[in-house]
Design a protein around this ligand. Structure first.
Ligand code: FES
Length: 147
């Protein structure tokens, strides 16, 4: 049998130093890993939402609503149609808005413009906005992802 040997001061300090280095690396790497591999959001589980009530969005105006964990935009066009798109700009993910003066969807970040079909008119966005389906059920305006 070997009696318990007292730990030396040097060994104890070495243990503390290694622990501190490991804790520092963990604290530094964790946010980087979370940035590179973001958690799955509620977006994938949401396929339709109540975007507004009938009469809530006046002609030639729009409402930004939550679609899962991302914004959507419901537009009541000057022609009286209801259209909905993802409100996430396809350039760098800013939230777009409706400009009733010129009837375009506008991204204030870099002056990207989309027409009322979600197609890019001008600016840096590389792709159209994702279009959603709009249905009216009773007093509710339901926006859903296309099947
Ligand atoms: S993020 Fe929309 S134009 Fe750049």
């Amino acid at each position: 049998m070997c009696p318990a040997q007292p730990i030396s001061r040097r060994a104890f300090l070495r243990f503390l130093l290694k622990g501190g280095v490991l804790a520092f690396l963990g604290a530094a790497l964790y946010p980087i890993v979370r940035y590179l591999y973001p958690p799955r959001g509620a977006e994938s589980s949401v396929s339709n939402v109540v975007a507004a009530q009938i009469g809530e969005v006046a002609t030639n105006s729009a409402k930004v609503f939550r679609f899962g964990n991302r914004p959507g935009i419901l537009i009541h066009t000057p022609q009286g149609e209801l259209k909905a798109f993802s409100a996430v700009c396809t350039h760098l993910n800013c939230t777009v808005q409706y400009d009733p003066q010129v009837s375009v969807i506008w991204c204030a970040c870099h002056n990207g413009k989309f027409d009322l079909n979600g197609q890019v008119i001008s600016g840096p966005p590389p792709r159209p906005l994702e279009a959603f389906q709009v249905n009216v059920r009773g007093e509710e305006i339901i926006v859903s992802k296309p099947a």
